[in-house]
Write a protein that binds this ligand. Structure first.
Ligand SMILES: *Cc1c(COP(=O)(O)O)cnc(C)c1O
Length: 393
């Protein structure tokens, strides 16, 4: 289709191309000085002590669970309303992701359900800031403290977001960010682990590159040495300079990209918010900054003749690409088979899932494309609104 509006298009400009070309000419492609620069700038941006670049957010979560020394048989509380990476990493350690429901009427993990799911095997809680809306961290931290649990944030959607005036990335002991192709800043693939804890940072830095101590990446550099020591069976999760170059250019634009997404979110809310058949995502205030990675609309199915799937089909016919975030983990075959979860186990998450549509929200979306998305949604609602017959009593 000629004028199809895609769900996402990354914001890649001359700056990104120039940074990548510099690395290509430098003679050093893998982890090196550009990666270190990205880590410094990222740490300064979110205001944390340590930022460790890795090849994905999944890897950052893996290193976070390694840092707390998660053991086989232990449990980590993970929302069912998330991408599978959040749960999958727990299984790497022979541990169990124990799923929790969303808050009533929302997407993020419900602290009440977290409390109910704690056992004597629970080691950590993994809040996920769905769409870029910060979880209510205060009750989660209180529960964690009461039970001696770690809090590891999956902040794949949450750059730049904040909770009560504090940037996400500084709000818990360990936080994972994603630079995947569709995320708020991207390097194609990539991620960042942040922490203020020196010991966690030291451990993660060793484990991300084969369990080799010291600045392992320097062993082929001019100032490096051929000698190294392997102190543990590590992983291969390091981040190449070739991609870090993209990250440096993207991070410099992070605020500008965010402002444009905010404009789009405000336009959607202003012009669709008055339609009874639609439910807007809850916004945030000055102290709780929403990253607007996603704009998740929910339809009020009881007021419409069509369901979410049909709504998405019609949007596509009108030239609007959308997506669904997320199919709750407990509905997937793996989580059903391995842990015995069933439909009905997490009513709040299932309710949100059955009604949600992620609209395009990326900085390159033009004003006229935003208009077209809004008009398409309005048109579908008007065509399928349930006519309530006033029955004379
Ligand atoms: C994208 C995503 C991840 C994984 O990020 P990668 O960088 O692709 O590993 C993890 N959690 C959530 C909620 C995500 O959306």
């Amino acid at each position: 289709m000629k004028d199809f509006i895609p769900f996402h298009r990354p914001s890649i400009g001359e700056e990104e191309k120039n940074e990548v070309l510099k690395v290509l000419s430098s003679g050093w492609l893998t982890t090196g000085p550009v990666c270190q620069r990205l880590e410094r700038e990222f740490a300064a941006y979110v205001g944390c002590k340590h930022a460790l670049a890795v090849n994905s957010a999944t890897s950052a979560l893996q290193l976070a669970l390694d840092a707390i020394a998660l053991q086989p048989g232990e449990e980590v509380l993970v929302p069912t309303y998330t991408f599978t990476a959040s749960g999958e990493v727990v299984t790497y350690f022979g541990a169990r992701p124990v799923l929790c429901d969303s808050v009533p009427g929302g997407f993020n993990i419900d602290p009440e359900d977290v409390r109910r799911k704690i056992t004597d095997r629970t080691r950590a809680i993994m809040p996920v800031h769905i769409a870029g809306e910060a979880c209510k961290l205060e009750p989660l931290h209180r529960i964690a403290k009461e039970h001696g649990l770690h809090v590891i944030e999956d902040a794949a959607h949450a750059l730049p977001a904040s909770y009560r005036g504090r940037r996400i990335g500084t709000t818990s002991e360990l936080t994972a960010f994603s630079f995947y192709a569709t995320k708020t800043i991207t390097t194609g693939e990539g991620g960042m682990l942040t922490t203020d804890d020196d010991a966690y940072a030291e451990r993660a830095s060793i484990m991300r590159l084969h369990g080799i101590s010291g600045d392992a990446w320097k062993r082929y550099a001019k100032e490096g040495s051929w000698y190294y020591e392997v102190v543990d069976a590590g992983y291969k999760l390091n981040f190449p300079d070739l991609l870090a170059a993209l990250g440096v250019a993207q991070l410099a634009k992070c605020d500008r990209l965010w402002r444009r997404r905010l404009e789009i979110a405000n336009a959607y809310k202003e012009r669709l918010g008055g339609i009874e058949e639609l439910e807007m995502p809850s916004g945030c205030d000055d102290f709780n900054q929403h990253s607007w990675h996603l704009f998740i609309l929910r339809i009020r199915s009881e007021l419409l003749e069509i369901d979410r799937n049909e709504f998405i089909r019609e949007l596509k016919q009108l030239g609007v690409g959308t997506s669904v975030h997320f199919i709750p983990l407990h509905l997937h075959p793996f989580y059903r088979k391995r842990y015995g979860y069933r439909t009905g186990d997490f009513p709040n998450a299932e309710n949100a899932y059955s009604r949600c549509i992620s609209l395009p929200i990326f900085p390159e979306l033009t004003d006229s494309e935003v208009d077209r998305v809004i008009e398409a949604v309005e048109k579908i609602v008007c065509a399928h609104r349930k006519r309530v017959l006033a029955l004379a009593s």
